[in-house]
Design a protein around this ligand. Sequence first.
Ligand code: PGA
Ligand code: ZN
Length: 422
Amino acid sequence: MPYVKRVRLSEVLDGRGDPTVAATVTTDDGVEATALAPSGRSTGRHEAVEVRDGESEWYNGRGLRHHLAQVEPEISEALEGSRLDISRVDEALIQLDGTANKSRLGANVTSAISLAVAKAAARADGVSLYHYLNPLARTLPVPQMNLINGGRHAYNATPVQEFIVMPVKAGDFAEALSWTMRIYHALSQMVKQRYGHHALNTGDEGGLTPDVPSLAAGLDLLSEAVKNAGLAGGVRYGLDMAATHLYDVNTQQYTIDRAYTREELFAMYADIVEHRQVVSIEDPVEEDDFEGLAQLTRRLKAQWVGDDLFVTNPARVRRAIQMGAGNALLWKFNQIGTLSEAWTAADVARRHGYEIVVSERSGDTEDPAIADLAVALGASQIKTGAPVRGERTAKYNRLLAIQRELGTLGRYAGQDLMERYG
Ligand code: PGA
Ligand code: ZN
């Protein structure tokens, strides 16, 4: 097995123009690989944290150049001579960081290094990243395509963060992608007529940005677009409520078009699950309400996804399992800061029947690696935005390449998902 020779860290930009980390790992036999860390904006309180310089004249405090210059020698020295083995390197990073939330080195730094090591190991073996991580990988995920952006991802008056279409009945991944763009164009026409051309500007994840005040208004728009595209029956719907950001701790209510008590919110979920073909709801309650999530999971047959609630953290996933809270894990490896820990979270979740939804961040980069990670994990879904921005198409184009590479061995997850939640 090759050895790590050197780790270099540099400041590059994410899709919002904010600085992020590029890590380059070089091995003793000259293999080199680079990975970029993505960055969230609608982050959970329990995530591992990013480190930034706070120097106001450099990217308004979002820069990292001083931090990277400071930790690079220390990390490079600590990892030099270590075997090119993901779990060993991750363990060394965790020890070196020494905090519970990666706040010394920064989860942006550890995530980029962890992924760069995985890429270097695959390259040293001469295989694709997904194949290196799981030679038996065969599943192409259903895209959870976020077509209307709101909340912290858009400058509009839409309180709900993501209105999603899921092309579950497509024959394969490539067809799923073509369906979603047909829907996107149908939706664009409607949005232009009803909300004016400004609403065609895209949010952070590539979705359109009409002002939709309520769940019903957004779901009406989507289902009409699906019908206009001639795809009624072929898709199902999803939401990311990102409810933490709608919640007021003092009143204990959620504000959408008006304030809702938790019971009123649950009644609305019951209505859309039963009458509007909504099969997946992410973060339906605020990030510490495991009990509320457990109630929903018991009461309504749908996919209940934990993002800010679970933060890809094995301990929080175990707690959710004990309480029967949710049945799907939103998987973002930079929420915990290393691939190994994120892998454990997925293993624990899957062993208890949870779906895995591999996810982008709203400030993502041109690094396509989550496409490989989704396939390697056998994830039934991937959430990586609308395919109209480069940092999103990077992932979709990589999935198209993987579908071609797998050929007849590949299997699109749509059918299975329909059987479980359709
Ligand atoms: P973030 O949000 O990347 O801005 O944290 C994405 C999500 O909530 O799924
Ligand atoms: Zn989310």
